[in-house]
Design a protein around this ligand. Structure first.
Ligand code: SF4
Length: 437
């Protein structure tokens, strides 16, 4: 029987979806992509913008016409009723019960044996014991690298955000557990592990932060395993963390939720850093990794964003030469401080600013890729199409591999050099080291 796990939102959701898919695969279900008809759908939703919610509703409606559909994730947590009303074929599993889904496959198998259908099986399922750290996938159906969840929740309360409302207070997986799970992934052959969480830099186990965790983890993992961080909130990036990032096994790719280049706006939306503090961190990251891929999240049209605030953001992203910008036009989220803000920016101005930043992002991304030509790098092989392997470089660029070794396999780490840039916003060539061929 086919099961499709469809994911919206952040890498943490992707990580949790992979664990859910893995639990179905272990019980003999076939995991399929959305294009392949499935007997059961799981939609892991996001509430970060109204657009993400709109897409979740669209996909849930579409899937529910084909088969029973379980809707879970942050949106399901904050608006269970809205999703329930989409179709009789929708079963809502609020975020606080999402981890229960890891045991659903076993239950469904028993139901099928006793003649019950999948929907009946889902409705009759109840499992009272689950933790936000039960997501511990051993295999990954939708990605070539391993994801490891080490943190959940957030103690900040940024004025635009309702993720902390859906996910609750910050909690961290014990260091010993992180190490044990990472070693198990290494033993399964993964050469890259992405650490995920809602707010990774809030990781804290017995007073030790992310820097301390990485030191211990790197001491245990072999020299052939790479670590990537999903994203880093600037306010808890400390010296210890910046020091450990210099380790060559830490991938040169950092994703920073900058949100605005104006101190006035950062303060207004309750972010806990200033632009000059952030500039120091970005300088250290650049020095640690020699031109790493630096991605920034930016929100345009935050309430109170004046022309001079947007100009400061524009100047900041150009000065910092970010490699890519994830641009989000502000969308007011219910239950947040800014939901009913009076100093709103008009939608047309918000969208105009988003468009301008996206154009700048394309130029910055192009310039970044051109700067890599001829530089040494490492890539993780992802898939093979038309006689070529395609891969992801340590600094997060898609590459097409010229002449790969006979023993190449998905998830394998390969050293080599960046070749020419092919096409706009697509991929670069990668020439593997002769010794690996
Ligand atoms: S740091 Fe702010 S934006 Fe990020 S999850 Fe926490 S409250 Fe939300």
């Amino acid at each position: 029987m086919n099961v499709c796990v469809y994911t919206l939102g952040c890498r943490l959701n992707q990580c949790e979806s992979e664990a859910i898919a893995d639990s179905f695969a272990k019980e003999g279900f076939t995991i399929v992509e959305e294009q392949v008809p499935a007997d059961l759908y799981v939609v892991n939703t996001c509430t970060v913008t109204s657009k993400a919610e709109q897409k979740a509703r669209r996909m849930i409606r579409k899937f529910a016409e084909l088969a029973p559909t379980l809707a879970t994730g942050c949106y399901a947590q904050v608006n269970e009723q809205e999703l329930k009303e989409l179709s009789d074929n929708v079963i809502v599993v609020p975020l606080e019960k999402k981890a229960h889904l890891l045991k659903l496959a076993l239950h469904l198998k028993a139901c099928l044996v006793s003649g019950m259908d999948l929907k009946g099986g889902c409705l009759s399922f109840s499992d009272g014991k689950a933790s936000v750290f039960d997501y511990d996938a051993a295999s990954f159906s939708y990605h070539s690298r391993a994801y490891l969840k080490i943190q959940d929740g957030c103690d900040n309360s940024c004025a635009y955000c309702r993720v902390h409302i859906a996910r609750g207070k910050a909690v961290s997986l014990q260091t010993e557990q992180v190490i044990e799970r990472a070693l198990a992934l290494e033993a399964s052959g993964f050469q890259e592990i992405m650490l995920t969480g809602v707010n990774l830099t809030m990781y804290d186990h017995q007073g030790e932060g992310l820097g301390g965790l990485l030191e211990k983890l790197l001491a245990k993992l072999s020299s052939s395993v790479r670590i990537r961080l999903s994203s880093m909130e600037p306010d808890h990036i400390d010296d210890r963390l910046l020091d450990v990032l210099t380790d060559r096994r830490m991938q040169p790719h950092f994703h920073i939720p900058v949100q605005s280049g104006s101190d006035h706006i950062l303060k207004h939306v309750d972010r806990h850093y200033t632009i000059s503090e952030l500039s120091v961190i970005l300088d250290r990251l650049r020095k640690a990794k020699n031109d790493p891929f630096l991605a920034a999240d930016i929100i345009t049209g935050l309430p109170g964003e004046r022309e001079e605030d947007f100009a400061a953001t524009r100047q900041f992203v150009i000065d910092q030469q970010f490699s890519f910008l994830h641009v989000f036009p502000f969308s007011p989220r219910p239950d947040t401080v800014l939901y009913k803000a009076k100093d709103r920016v008009t939608e047309s101005l918000r969208d105009e600013r988003a468009l301008e930043l996206r154009t700048i992002s394309e130029q910055l991304h192009d310039a970044y890729r051109k700067r890599q030509v001829g530089k040494r790098t490492e890539v993780i092989l992802q898939n093979r199409k038309g006689g070529y392997w395609y891969a992801l470089s340590g600094n997060y660029l898609d590459v097409r591999v010229l002449s790969s070794p006979a023993f190449a396999r998905e998830g394998m780490l390969l050293g080599g050099t960046f070749g020419q840039v092919i096409g706009k916003q697509t991929w670069m060539e990668f020439i593997p080291d002769a010794t690996t061929l």
